[in-house]
Design a protein around this ligand. Sequence first.
Ligand code: PLP
Length: 441
Amino acid sequence: MSHIFPRHTAKQPPVAVGGEGCYLIDASGKRYLDASGGAAVSCLGHGDRTVIDAVKGQLDRLAFAHTGFFTSEPAEALADLLVENAPEGIDRVYLVSGGSEATEAAIKLARQYFVEKGEPQRGRLIARKQSYHGNTIGALSAGGNEWRRKQFGPLLLDVSHIDPCYEYRLRAEGEEAEAYGRRAADALEEELLRVGPETVMAFMAEPVVGATAGAVPPAPGYFRRIREICDRYGILLILDEVMCGMGRTGTLFACEQDGVRPDILCVAKGLGAGYQPIGAMLCSGAIYDAIANGSGFFQHGHTYIGHPTAAAAGHAVVSSILERGLVERCARQGEALRAALDARFGQHANVGDIRGRGLFLGLELVSDRATKAPFDPSRGIAGRIKAAAFEAGLICYPMSGTIDGRLGDHVLLAPPFIIEDAQIEELAEKLDGAIATALAA
Ligand code: PLP
């Protein structure tokens, strides 16, 4: 009997023993095409020699030095590389061990910033109904899925959840995309006015929504309007690129495509590409200065922050992405994957929407294309697709999401940036089979 406490206790998963490029291999020798990079993690695929050698070299030199005493060469190098390539205004990098730690740090930094500035009444966060920001208490409070939050009620933070920017379901008939983008962003101003803008510290959002929605990009102009509203009421803009960042959407940072400048930016997943657990919270010089000129101490130290071996992995990953032209490759292969999905599912009776950017794409499943009616949740379509795909040797990321009780099933695809054309074909074919199996059940 296994002593592992698995995520889902009903079924012990197979034991993974190897990885080669876009494939994972289990103990029985079965190969799986990793079409979601786990959960948008394995951007370089499995077994990347450059990153493995960088980690091994760092272990030989120095595995660990506590950040209460030291910084380290790889941490310095990674911070430099991220800031050199980050959106304008980003100046400092706080290295952590994963996505939830990064978003939790962002929420706490926003709060501490206003306390240090003498505005302690600013304690509320505004986030969106369609979002996931992690599983620590602050991050969980920010996430939009009520079913995830409900057991932890008394512990949660003060967060308002506004409607997301979700063209497929929320853009009105005949409404221009730009007009919808502005209308969706104006929900932030309405909520600010409802709760009192002087009580709000920040707005948090994923530029392209990942796990909860299946790669939903913003409508044109949405984030520019959001930035204007944040500036008008003096609140911070926190962008969570834990899933969509590090080149996956076709630019190193997803928000570059929306011409928006965040105050705080979170990355993880693709930053370590699965070789080491690492995340980062990037922030503006102004926020850093408020802490530096105030208490001089950001109250978010964890033992493993700035871990040298993890930082060496992160540095090797980001250098590889930039030096090997993988951001451009991601955009190119994203178009190829999009074309393969359009060819197979463009007219499919139960695929209502195909969306996303770069190699971050999603399909939304519906029972009726014309009315966009979702499937009855009792059919568990997303779960069935995941199981059928896994059986066929395909790892994808189907989920059910809710906004105000409207349930949708979707499949998220986020394969490694090195995916080849033949593997894109294999992906589309296996996904087609898995959807057919799920619908027939
Ligand atoms: N933010 C987003 C957008 C995510 O998708 C996730 C994880 O899926 C997280 C934060 C949390 O990251 P982690 O699972 O590394 O804690």
